[in-house]
Design a protein around this ligand. Structure first.
Ligand SMILES: NC(=O)c1ccc[n+]([C@@H]2O[C@H](COP(=O)([O-])OP(=O)(O)OC[C@H]3O[C@@H](n4cnc5c(N)ncnc54)[C@H](O)[C@@H]3O)[C@@H](O)[C@H]2O)c1
Length: 317
């Protein structure tokens, strides 16, 4: 059956990779990307030559259309603390307002997919974090616009499913990195890589002992693809998707610095409420998505990302 699909945030880092994969599907007859280019760029979809694809430059919370969609994938939201902490109201509007508006564009019985985040676990008191861990989030803290709007959107979708005819798929993504991140994105891996290649000074906030589990984009988008568009899956989420190999931020910076001779690390004061650890419990993901695994090691993924950033920087000179 021919399907029409809407992706909000499709000009962003993850969204643009997902769009590439959607266009490989024979059953997709129309693919509309809704993006206001806040943190995304048109460059991320500039390579697409496909009559099924169109881009609407507009806020997800105000986009309107006469047709209804069979599948909606809602990614519109900054993911970098630098960007969402700068404009918290806009972040809340993108997540919750975007979901409320896009739900009205779903055809009855359609599927609504949402990228929530490991940030719903806050500064976790258990490690690794399973989906049934309720988290440790400060609802008035500096990260709350992001954490709480993701939590509220999860609530909206699961409650709509409980009372209505809605097929939801909700993932909680852990830190993902790779090509097509902005140079000024501000998240740790992209920051270290772009700093190493430009100023040569990698800024580590705090002592760098905080841990992260870096997922390479191809692995993570493969997980999204399997979960979001396989009809045979009955689990609706939330589902952790990430790499469960934990690495300290300092070790990551040291590795990146070792790839760029002459670069060095500088410590800056810690950022407020930076989680001390992050590691997905993937028991559920292995059950729901048999055979899927985030296989790319951080050394390999970072080396590929560094090469992409190197080419980007060279092309802009
Ligand atoms: N990358 C990660 O590590 C990660 C981790 C957890 C969750 N996520 C989630 O995945 C999604 C995509 O993340 P990303 O890393 O690609 O981020 P990104 O910032 O690269 O992409 C977000 C996209 O959404 C667009 N956007 C923002 N607000 C919008 C609005 N109101 N209307 C229309 N478009 C809007 C931006 O312009 C951008 O193209 C986000 O929902 C994010 O919260 C990402």
């Amino acid at each position: 059956m021919a399907r029409s699909v809407l992706v909000s945030g499709g000009c962003g880092f993850l969204g643009s990779h997902l769009v590439d994969r959607l266009l490989r599907r024979d059953d997709v007859e129309k693919l509309v990307v809704v993006d206001n280019l806040w943190t995304g760029t048109k460059d991320n979809t500039a390579h697409i030559v496909d009559p099924r694809f169109s881009l609407q430059i507009v806020d997800a919370e105000s986009f309107s259309a006469s047709d209804r969609f069979d599948e909606i994938i809602h990614l519109a939201s900054p993911a970098s603390p630098v960007w969402y902490m700068r404009e918290p109201t806009r972040t809340i509007r993108a997540n919750i307002g975007g979901a409320l508006n896009l739900l009205s564009l779903l055809r009855p019985g359609g599927r609504f997919c949402f990228t929530s985040t490991s940030e719903v676990y806050g500064d976790p008191l258990v490690s690794p974090q399973p989906e049934n861990y309720r988290g440790s989030v400060d609802c008035t803290g500096p990260r709350s616009s992001y954490d709480e709007s993701k939590r509220c959107t999860e609530a909206l979708l699961f409650e709509q499913q409980r009372v209505g005819d809605l097929d939801v798929r909700v993932v909680r993504l852990f830190n993902t990195y790779g090509p097509r991140t902005r140079i000024d994105d501000g998240r740790a891996v992209s920051n270290f890589v772009s700093q190493a290649l430009t100023t040569g000074i990698l800024t580590v906030y705090g002592d760098g002992s905080q841990s992260r589990s870096w997922g390479y984009v191809d692995d993570i988008v493969e997980g999204l693809e399997r979960f979001f568009w396989r009809d045979s899956i009955s689990h609706r989420g939330p589902l952790n998707i990430g790499n469960n190999h934990e690495v300290s931020v300092l070790e990551t910076a040291r590795f990146i610095s070792s790839l760029v001779p002459g670069s060095r690390i500088e410590h800056h004061p810690p950022t407020p409420q930076d989680p001390t650890n992050r590691c997905p419990d993937l028991t559920m993901a292995r059950r729901v998505l048999p055979g899927w695994e985030a296989r790319t090691g951080y050394q390999d993924g970072i080396a590929r990302t560094l090469e992409w950033f190197r080419r980007q920087i060279a092309s802009k000179q």
